[in-house]
Every structure is written in structure tokens, then in C-alpha cells.
Design a protein around this ligand. Structure first.
Ligand code: F6P
Length: 544
């Protein structure tokens, strides 16, 4: 059967299923949870509240087989040059490889280099954490500022917050935006004499990062003298020559490789600030968690394989049911930055319109990914999730245990809210139920008629839940790797390259060309009327 034929059958199944509801499906099948859930150790994926049945799941698995997900997966893990537009292997998995197997890129084992960088990171982190490595003033570093953007910021920033209970190193700060407000507000609170700056950039050319790095350099030099700069800077990059030219000492430069995509780089030296925060041992547990998911992804049968199942649910929603977005809703305040992290991982990877062979795709690709932690989101945008006209599949994340032993009651509240939301989305509330609730509450007949339609919840809205014991470094590593592999499988099915990001280029080129016009050093004559009008308005307002 062709993929097209399988999708035709999936569309027919969707039609058949439209006559029933998730509520009915749960009533009719008491084993639904057992049938539509899967595990990787303590990590549980409950997808029983996704509106599909065994026949649909089988057809989706057929799609995965027809797209040759297994062969493409092997190609990725074995350093095939699957990033075809950049002629690169895609090997973030090698960075967390805990086996003794070599990983060959162009015939050379990359594992010794990976381990050497990890060792150097561990030595540097320990020296910073212990105070053995001192500032120019001879004192321990109390604060570390990571300057980077995109993959050189979101991964370390998200994970540092997520693993706050394990944070026993210096304070970490993250500066990414070229908006001077970001670095000004950050540095204002800090003492240059006890601050270490890490400049993190894969390419070491990114305007935002280079600009902020120069601002930080000046801040140190102005306060402590030019000769102090070296003691206060370290760098992470694949472009070692460019870092050297910036003036950072070779012993403080941590490298990685072109086969690590920016949004997949948290496992590389880009993770240095996280390692400084939580220490090398906990960082290693983080890598081990990702490795556990790599093993699961490679070994678990498709129908029990968490990344494959989540990807197939994504395909079902995007390509058969036509849903354009998905919400990531961590019931975990420390995962507050996870939606932003996943936005880059997912949307920069799969926001593509051209297939590997350069022809236009014939189906929709990556959805809009967004979200906020629960319970905050409940008091903001959940109204639309429950009663709006757009169906947005939701992904809930919840730990069985929090880290706050003295606040277990609050964690119980968190769990009950998380489960209540997925239940409400699935179940909804009928007009009869709404009316009877109002009558019971004492409303008269007219009021009941007026209010009841507003209290109807259509229900039948899909959600999945990821539950895990506790948000440890291991659990977090496993979770991120799960999402990485999900993005990979979806990209394979769409036939796109999930590992380039040409879509960010045009804006960068135009910004470079516009800067002299903003400064008034060049005429915007060739620009469109809107751009000229905005420029004039901003320039005259700033002159006043
Ligand atoms: O926005 C494009 C991008 O290249 C991302 O893919 C990357 O994570 C980010 O910019 C930062 O790039 P770099 O690490 O090279 O500074």
C-alpha cells in the first residue's frame, strides 16, 4: 500500500469516528487506558484521551513503516548525512552515548573527542564551583552570565530552571536578546569582580550574541581594567578560530562539532552553564536519561515506542484531522521554559514547506507549538481550549512527586488540576447536564434557559499526558530526548529536513541591510512604502 492510500483510509476512519465521542469510547471500553498507554520505565504516556482506535493506530503505524522510520532512525544514529542541505551528520545522540561503541563520522570515532570535552567541562565547572578558579580579584565567582541565543540559550536556560533543586553552584543568568534592556537589567544586579561570562555561539557570528558579548566585555574592562578581561570570560563554540580572535584564552574555550544542531546542543559544551549549576555528576545523570530514551527509541517495538507514538498522534492531528497547533502544558512550574524550548526544537525543525528533494510538500507540516505551565494557564487561555471554536490538542506533563516534601498538599492540588483538565477536555458537559446543574442550584426556568448554553462544554477534545516519578536530571534528559525523537519521526513522515533552518536567514540579511538606514547613514529609497514609513516614524520619534 502507498502512504497516500493509507492516509485515504485514515480519513475514512476519521469520518467513521466523527459519529462518536471520546466520552462514549471510554464508556464502551473499560480497557481503553491499558490499550492506549505506553511506558519507558517510570515515564508513562497516556494517549487514551486522543480520539483514535486500534484500527487507526494500526494505520498510523503503517504510515511509519511506509515512511521507513526505522531505516532513517538507523541512518541518524550511525552518522548518515541526513542533514542533506548542509551535508552533515546529525549526531546529538553521540553526545550522550553511554555505551562503549564507537560512533564513526567519515570513518573516525568521535567518542574520544566528546569525552575529552566533557572532561574539560567537568574540570572547569568544578574549579568554578569550588572557588579554585578565581576572578581577577582573586575571589570565587558568585555569578555566571551565559550570553547566547536560540539553541545556545534556550537549552541551558530551560534546564537550569527545571533542575533548580539540584542547583548548588553559583547563580546563573541568561542574556539572549539584542535589546540592550536584557543585558543592562542583568548586569545591573551583578558585581563584575565576581562574575564569569560565558559566550555561547555555535557559529560565533550571531549578531545578538556578539553584540552582547562586546557589551559585557566593556562592562568588565571598565570596572576592572582591560587586563582583567581574560579571567572573566569563557566561550563555547564550533568556530574555535573566531573565539580566539575575540581574545578568549584557549584553555577556556569548549568546542563542539558541526554535526550538533543548535537546538539539539544542550548535551554538548552548550550545557556548560548547566553543569556549573548542578555539577558534573548530575549533568551526567541528565545525559544518562537522554541515553535511556535513545535506547528505548531504537529498541522498543513501534507500538510501544513513545517518540513514535507521539509523532503518530501528531500526524493524526495535523494531517488527518487538520489541527494547526498543539499546546504544551507542564504542571510543573520549573518547566516554565519548556514550551519556549520546544518551540525552537519543533518549529525550527519542522516548520518547512519543501521536501528533501526540493519539491513542495503535499501535506501540512509542523504545527504551532505553544504553552504555559499549569495551573497558571487555567486562569488565562484554557477558556479557549474548552469552549473556543478551535480544537487544540493538549499535552500535559506531571510528576508524581514534587521536591517540596513539606508542601505535598500543594502537589496534590497540582495533580488534581492536571487530571481535571484532561478529563474536562475529554468529557465536556452537555446542555442537559448544564441545565440540571443550574436547576439544582436554584435558578428559575428562564435563567436556566439563558445560562445553560454558556455552560456547555463540547468535550471530545484530545489530550495526552506524560507522567513521571520526579523531575530529576535523568527524567529531564529523557523527556527532552523524547521530544527530539518525536520531532525526528514527524519530519521523516513529512519527508523534510528537520535539521536545517534556512527560514531564519532572510530576516537576518534584511536587518543587516536596514541598520545603516536606521542610523541615518543610508537612504531607504529602495525599500517598500511601509518599511520607509515605519522608519521615518521611528526616527522622528527618537529624535524628539
Ligand atoms: O536562529 C537561527 C539559529 O541559527 C539557531 O538555529 C541557533 O540555535 C541560533 O541561531 C544561535 O546560533 P549560534 O549558536 O550560532 O549563535
Amino acid at each position: 500500500m502507498t502512504v497516500e492510500a493509507t492516509f485515504t483510509m485514515l480519513a475514512q476512519q476519521a469520518e467513521t469516528l466523527s459519529g462518536t465521542s471520546l466520552r462514549n469510547m471510554f464508556q464502551e471500553d473499560p480497557d481503553r487506558f491499558a490499550k492506549f498507554s505506553a511506558r519507558c520505565d517510570d515515564l508513562l504516556l497516556d494517549y487514551s484521551k486522543i480520539k483514535l482506535d486500534a484500527k487507526i493506530l494500526e494505520l498510523l503505524l503503517q504510515v511509519a513503516r511506509e515512511a521507513e522510520v526505522d531505516a532513517k532512525r538507523t541512518a541518524m544514529f550511525s552518522a548518515g548525512k541526513i542533514n542533506t542541505t548542509e551535508h552533515r551528520a546529525v549526531l546529538h545522540t553521540a553526545l550522550r552515548n553511554q555505551s562503549t561503541d564507537p560512533v564513526l563520522v567519515d570513518g573516525e570515532d568521535v567518542m574520544p573527542d566528546i569525552r575529552a570535552v566533557l572532561d574539560a567541562m567537568a574540570d572547569f565547572s568544578e574549579a568554578v564551583r569550588s572557588g579554585e578558579l578565581t576572578s581577577s580579584a582573586g575571589t570565587a565567582f558568585t555569578d555566571v552570565v551565559n550570553i547566547g541565543i536560540g539553541g545556545s540559550d534556550l537549552g541551558p536556560a530551560m534546564t537550569t530552571l527545571a533542575l533548580a533543586p539540584y542547583h548548588d553552584g553559583p547563580e546563573l543568568h541568561y542574556v539572549s536578546n539584542v535589546d540592550g534592556a536584557h543585558i543592562a537589567d542583568t548586569l545591573e544586579k551583578l558585581d563584575p569582580a565576581s562574575t564569569l561570562i560565558i559566550v555561547a555561539s555555535k557559529t560565533f557570528t550571531t549578531v545578538e550574541t556578539m553584540t552582547n558579548a562586546q557589551t559585557a566585555r566593556k562592562w568588565i574592562a571598565d570596572a576592572l581594567g582591560e587586563e582583567a578581561v581574560g579571567a572573566h570570560f569563557a566561550a563555547v563554540s564550533t568556530a574555535l578560530d573566531k573565539v580566539g580572535a575575540f581574545g578568549i584564552d584557549a584553555t577556556r574555550i569548549f568546542g563542539f562539532w558541526d554535526w550538533v544542531g543548535g537546538r539539539y546542543s544542550i548535551w554538548s559544551a552548550i550545557g556548560l552553564p548547566l553543569m556549573i549549576a548542578i555539577g558534573p555528576d548530575a549533568f551526567n545523570e541528565f545525559l544518562e536519561g537522554a541515553y535511556a530514551m535513545d535506547v528505548h527509541f531504537q529498541d522498543a517495538p513501534m507500538e510501544e515506542n513513545l517518540p513514535v507514538l507521539m509523532a503518530l498522534i501528531g500526524i493524526w492531528h495535523r494531517n488527518v484531522l487538520g489541527y494547526g497547533a498543539r499546546a504544551v502544558l507542564p504542571y510543573d512550574q520549573r518547566l516554565a521554559r519548556l514550551p519556549a524550548y520546544l518551540q525552537q526544537l519543533d518549529m525550527e525543525s519542522n516548520g518547512k514547506r519543501v521536501k528533501l528533494n526540493g519539491t513542495l510538500v503535499d501535506s501540512n507540516t509542523g504545527p504551532l507549538v505553544w504553552g504555559e505551565p499549569g495551573t497558571n494557564g487555567q486562569h488565562a487561555f484554557y477558556q479557549l481550549l474548552h469552549q473556543g471554536t478551535t480544537v487544540i490538542p493538549c499535552e500535559f506533563l506531571i510528576a508524581a512527586r514534587g521536591h517540596e516534601d513539606d508542601l505535598t498538599h500543594q502537589h496534590e492540588l497540582l495533580i488534581s488540576n492536571c487530571l481535571a483538565q484532561s478529563e474536562a477536555l475529554m468529557l465536556g458537559r452537555t446542555l442537559d447536564e448544564a441545565a440540571s446543574q443550574l436547576s439544582t442550584a436554584g435558578f428559575d426556568e428562564d435563567e436556566v434557559a439563558l445560562l445553560a448554553p454558556h455552560k456547555v462544554f463540547p468535550g471530545d477534545r484530545p489530550s495526552l499526558t506524560l507522567a513521571y516519578d520526579e523531575l530529576t536530571p535523568f527524567a529531564l534528559g529523557r523527556l527532552i530526548a523524547l521530544y527530539e525523537h518525536r520531532v525526528f519521526v514527524e519530519g521523516v513522515i513529512w519527508g523534510i529536513n528537520s535539521f536545517d533552518q534556512w527560514g531564519v536567514e532572510l530576516g537576518k540579511e534584511l536587518a543587516t541591510a536596514l541598520l545603516p538606514m536606521v542610523k541615518g547613514e543610508a537612504e531607504p529609497a529602495t525599500k517598500d512604502a511601509s518599511t520607509r514609513g515605519l522608519l521615518t516614524a521611528l526616527q522622528s520619534a527618537s529624535a524628539n
